[in-house]
Design a protein around this ligand. Sequence first.
Ligand SMILES: [Ca+2]
Ligand SMILES: [Ca+2]
Length: 231
Amino acid sequence: MKRKFVGLSIVGLVMLGLTCLSVEAAVLKHYYTFNKKSLKDSRGNGADLIIPVRLQQNLRNDGYYFLRPFDWPNTDLAFPGPALSSQVLSSDNYAIEIRVKLNSSSLVWWHKLIDPWNLDPEDNGLYLFDGKLTYYHRGLPDFGISGLDVIAPDTFVNILITRDANSNLFRAYLNGILQFEMPDPEGWAVFKRGLIWFFTDDYATYGGELVEGFVDWIKIYDGPFVPLYTP
Ligand SMILES: [Ca+2]
Ligand SMILES: [Ca+2]
């Protein structure tokens, strides 16, 4: 009995050790705070965020309102952004964390949160579907893979997505709780087309899936991790 207890303890310690390692293995490489209306990486490691000049009026001292432009779908304003060069992160092994508030209108039907393929007409990406985190790509059933929890409107939430290059697993977390896990052997969630777009949809669905809300910050890590925080 004692032997068994010791054995379990060692297993427990190893598991704890692995968990800690996996957390420590992911390093925060880029941190976009938007503070003082800055689009720069506060870690000094990366490219600036890109937002059309005329939409920079939606910057505040603590964040950015991503809103459907009033004269959408005119030219550059059809893509409110922000966008970011995909060079700033490992394309297939990463974590991206955002703190956002979402408008109630974005919690009904489809609205795209992150587009990994530079607005490719494939329409691939991380969406909200009826207020739940959802991944859509054409290899999936029509309604993609959805998470568990419906996001509350006008309330700050923490959204974390991770992709593990070893397992090819993509995971999405809401306020630290795993929402879904998606096998991704084909690399739909690999950032490989120049720009990553936040809060912007492509024209495959005529811009009707633009999302509206406010972003406090965006963090980019050099690898996946399991969140340990609580909201
Ligand atoms: Ca779309
Ligand atoms: Ca901020």
